[in-house]
Design a protein around this ligand. Structure first.
Ligand code: SF4
Length: 390
């Protein structure tokens, strides 16, 4: 039997404390809660229906801070995944880690559990900015733990960075890029700070907004020109040191792209386990409850379940595909939907190709360099124009 490809996501919602910008599903917890959580998580994985139809391409432990709980628990959950699913021989297995929670023995335990990739949240090499963000670590801690990861045998490491941070100058961001460059990771994810409602940063962000409306300079966040300059420095520096941008916010050395995240952009099926985790199996999209009590009582209880329409699937294929520099696979599109994207979206594609924001390269439709700067505008047109489809 041909097994279908699957990505597996496992959510670990525990953190030492909440960062000032964070709206992820994460919180501090005690040992007992963590033990009960892993018990529930393993039950949920064990009861996944139709597991035999799939072969897992990737496993991703995200959070929260998966490097916070006892590594023996992480290892047991990995064992449960192996008992339930067939994993591809070279499956990518990533665990997200935060500096300040790692040491040699923990990293060795992750290797022994079968992880072959780490994703470490550094965010900035500037200790002042790390304090502003409410992070629990310094740059020096990150550097030491990065080296420990190499010593433990991790040859595939992603570093997460953020820019457009409160009070951050272009020069400060350049220093972060220089510091990360000297460590030579295989992959870098870089996001501009988005201020989410309800976080401690939210109010100050609004003061900035009012200042801008009065024609004054924002005090909290860098202005748009500074943020653009940071993005340009990011692209230039990473290109110079052998990284290529393969997705809006992701850069890798060739062959080191994240297989798990790529699965989301090409719309591979994925199973999500744990509190608030999402999955998509066939046309069914679900999200688990984000109520911890409810989850512990009934692991895998859903908060939301939707059946995707063809219209949803077409819109997602276009939007997620255009996030990648490779673009939307037009052959696959036609195989899947029985119509050519070039015919369905003739007007939009024609218009954006003429204005230099989209291009067709081989059998892929992709954003140009200029198109990436206004990617939302281009992507939106493919959502609106699927209106009226089945
Ligand atoms: S470590 Fe990550 S998940 Fe945890 S509070 Fe900070 S940003 Fe949120």
């Amino acid at each position: 039997m041909d097994r279908k490809e699957l990505g597996i996501y496992v959510h670990i919602p525990f953190c030492v404390r909440k960062c000032a910008y964070c709206d992820f599903l994460s919180f501090p917890s005690d040992d007992r809660t963590q033990r009960l959580y892993f018990q529930a998580l393993n039950e949920e994985i064990a009861s996944f229906p139709h597991a035999g139809e799939y072969e897992a391409v990737s496993v991703y432990f995200g959070g929260g801070t998966p490097s916070l709980p006892d590594p023996a628990q992480i290892s047991k959950t990995m064992d449960q995944i192996r008992r339930t699913f067939v994993l591809q021989k070279d499956a990518e297995a990533t665990i997200e880690c935060n500096p300040g929670t790692l040491d040699q023995s923990r990293l060795e335990a992750y290797r022994a559990a079968g992880f072959n990739r780490l994703s470490i949240g550094l965010q900035s090499a500037d200790n002042g900015l790390l304090r502003t963000l409410g992070r629990i670590h310094t740059f020096e801690m990150f550097r030491e733990e990065f080296q420990a990861a190499r010593d433990a045998g991790f040859g595939n490491i992603n570093v997460d960075l953020m820019y457009g941070l409160p009070g951050q100058s272009v020069e400060a961001f350049e220093k972060t890029l220089g510091a990360v460059r000297s460590l030579a990771p295989e992959h870098i994810s870089a996001y501009s700070l988005i201020i989410e409602e309800g976080t401690p940063f939210w109010e100050r962000y609004h003061e900035d907004d009012l200042a801008k409306r009065r024609g004054e300079k924002p005090l909290f966040l860098p202005d748009e020109d500074a943020e653009d300059a940071m993005e340009q420095r990011l692209k230039q520096t990473l290109r110079k040191i052998g990284f290529y941008r393969y997705e809006i916010s992701n850069y890798a050395r060739p062959g080191r792209e994240s297989r798990h995240n790529t699965g989301y952009w090409i719309r591979r099926e994925y199973a999500g386990f744990g509190l608030g985790a999402s999955g998509q199996i066939g046309k069914a999209r679900y999200r688990n409850t984000s109520d911890l009590e409810a989850y512990l009582k009934n692991p895998g209880i859903r908060e939301e379940e939707t059946i995707l329409t063809v219209r949803d699937e077409i819109a997602e294929t276009m939007i997620l595909g255009l996030r990648m520099t490779k673009g939307v696979d037009l052959v696959r599109f036609e195989e899947q939907f029985g119509i050519r994207a070039q015919d369905m979206f003739a007007e939009e594609i024609g218009q954006f190709v003429r204005s230099g924001l989209l291009e067709i390269s081989g059998s892929f439709l992709r954003l140009t360099e200029r198109g990436f700067d206004v990617s939302n505008l281009v992507m939106c047109s493919f959502v609106n124009d699927t209106e009226g489809q089945p």
